[in-house]
Design a protein around this ligand. Structure first.
Ligand code: AHM
Ligand code: MG
Length: 325
């Protein structure tokens, strides 16, 4: 059997990224491989369950949120090309004492509310350029998603995979039994059309009119305006729902809703919205907050939330059309 290309060989062959950026991606990938083991050990290592406090998002932290946040933070602080980091689990940014290089934002364990029931979870990351000649402040992290020089996620599922975009295209690696990332998905592309949607239907009564109309059209299937039947999936782990869309198409929505009207949505722009939007766009899909491209939003707050509609291009265009009225 021919050996599949390793992540190290794939990065070495990429002449668009600097060696410093490749180093940061390797640091994150190595840490995700280690996180995969901790996640997989579950109750054996006593790492399941609640940590006993809430995070800056006012959400109950799991023990694994804390463990994985510490693992990534420590690894990134030890990387000479990282000037600062920001995490969904940390209140403020952390500067490493270095200048130049890169800033990394991450959600160390997305979907962690699923961890105790053994459903796929993941790590999402985004790499931004750091300011030259000064230690980064919070304002330096508030860059539009278009500035990202790399983005990706690891999914801890039946297979552990790493999905990555650098300057172009989206590639996927699978973790082998020896702890090596192997290139298994050389050119991931999202089909433009789909008959599968993903949304938390239990929030239906809180949605805005355009989302109600769109989903209602899907639910009416062949007998409705769409003239075809739709299937529905909701893992409640963004990594798992987005991964499915990258593998076979679909539309994912976590829109604004009226439960907490002052919040624009549930998902966070810097840790979830931007990295996933870059991956989806690079794979030929579309990602919008229902007004415009998520990647064009100028962030104003570190933990800013954003409505997210992403996936198959023609389907996302329909939601955007309905939203414009
Ligand atoms: P988390 O980062 O605290 O895990 O929250 C984000 C998760 C996403 O992975 C997922 O799409 C969403 O929350 C599910 O929300 P809900 O429980 O409302 O369905
Ligand atoms: Mg998350």
């Amino acid at each position: 059997m021919t050996k599949l290309t390793t992540l190290a060989d794939h990065l070495a062959a990429d002449d668009t990224a600097s060696s410093a950026l490749k180093g940061v991606v390797s640091t994150i990938a190595d840490t995700c491989a280690r996180i995969s083991k901790v996640v997989a050990s579950g109750a054996i290592s006593g790492s399941l369950g609640a940590a006993g406090h809430v995070n800056v998002q006012d959400e109950e932290q799991k023990k694994l949120d804390v463990i994985t946040n510490d693992m990534l933070s420590q690894a990134l602080k030890a990387d000479a090309a990282v000037a600062g980091l920001a995490s969904e689990e940390l209140e403020t940014i952390e500067a490493t004492g270095r200048t130049g290089g890169f800033l990394v934002t991450f959600d160390p364990l997305d979907g962690s509310s699923n961890i105790d029931v053994n459903v796929s979870v993941g790590t999402i990351f985004s790499v931004l350029p750091a300011p030259e000649g000064k230690s980064p402040a919070e304002a330096d992290f508030l860059q539009p998603g278009r500035n990202q020089v790399a983005a990706g996620y690891a999914i801890y599922g039946p297979q552990t995979m790493l999905v990555l975009t650098l300057s172009k295209g989206v590639v996927g690696f699978t973790l082998d039994a020896d702890g090596q990332w192997r290139l298994t998905h050389a050119d991931i592309a999202i089909p433009a059309d789909t008959a599968e949607f993903a949304i938390n239907m239990s929030n239906q009564r809180h949605w805005a009119e355009p989302i109600r109309r769109y989903v209602d059209g899907c639910l009416q299937g062949k007998d409705g305006p769409r003239g075809k039947n739709f299937n529905m999936r909701w893992v409640a782990s963004m990594v798992a729902d987005v991964h499915r869309i990258l593998m076979r198409g679909g539309i994912f929505m976590y829109p604004w809703d009226a439960r907490e009207p002052e919040k624009p949505g549930k998902l966070r722009l810097l840790y979830e919205g931007n990295p996933m939007s870059l991956i989806v766009e690079r794979a030929g899909g579309v990602s919008t907050d229902a007004k415009g491209a998520i990647l064009d939003i100028q962030p104003t707050k570190l933990h800013q939330r954003v409505p997210v509609v992403l996936g198959s291009a023609n389907e996302v265009a329909l939601v955007a059309d309905l939203s414009r009225g």
